[in-house]
Design a protein around this ligand. Structure first.
Ligand code: AMP
Length: 187
């Protein structure tokens, strides 16, 4: 058993660390964006954190505040709740994506309809170490992350100094220079 870092969100630190201490040794740092605008959005985020913590070889090492945010793109839908998680994982980026999609499909019964439309849970890989990857089904860093306040604001809570490997700028600098009329309010 390895020592666990206390999760940054006090509410989770006890349960998550108890569970995650039994996961095997992990080595890669990744940031995951969580979003929900159907059902009990806050409960959905909490459930997603718990489910991600249960992915084999993975532990949660940071959790942002939760935010209520205005929809981007397809505007005629309810507001979202968003958050960002930091994990340590032994999974490859592709296996991590499969695990996240399994949570979206099996736990949240996500129905894929309108692009950027309503969803019980959306899980995106933002960063994975300093990897830059472009494959048919996976792009890292997430291509939209530098344009979205609902991603950058929570990411800045837990990783202001993380460097976006494509732009070589850190998250706090990217957020500070962002021009966007999105509403992003801490819950
Ligand atoms: P979404 O509607 O945001 O859930 O988009 C899901 C699609 O985006 C899936 O088909 C993924 O294969 C693809 N995708 C590409 N890059 C990423 C990423 N970094 N994280 C999550 N999904 C991604």
């Amino acid at each position: 058993m390895h020592l666990c870092t206390r999760a940054e969100h006090d509410f989770f630190s006890f349960d998550l660390n108890m569970e995650l201490c039994f996961n095997r040794e992990v080595e890669n740092t990744a940031y995951i964006a969580l979003g929900s605008n159907l059902g009990d959005r806050e409960m959905n985020l909490l459930r997603a954190v718990t489910e991600i913590a249960r992915i084999p070889g993975t532990r949660v090492t940071g959790l942002s505040h939760f935010y209520e945010t205005s929809p981007v793109g397809f505007k005629d839908q309810p507001p979202f709740n968003n958050a960002v998680l930091r994990i340590s994982t032994g999974l490859s980026p592709g296996d991590l994506l499969l695990s996240l999609q399994r949570i979206e499909d099996e736990v949240f019964k996500r129905k894929r309809g309108v692009m950027n439309g309503p969803r019980t849970m959306d899980l995106d890989i933002l960063l994975y170490n300093d990897l830059m990857l472009e494959s048919e089904n996976l792009v890292i860093p997430h291509p939209e992350m530098t344009r979205r306040r609902f991603v950058l604001q929570p990411l800045n809570d837990i990783a202001p100094d993380a460097v976006h490997p494509a732009s070589r700028r850190n998250i706090s600098a990217i957020l500070a220079s962002l021009e966007s009329d999105e509403s992003v309010t801490k819950i």
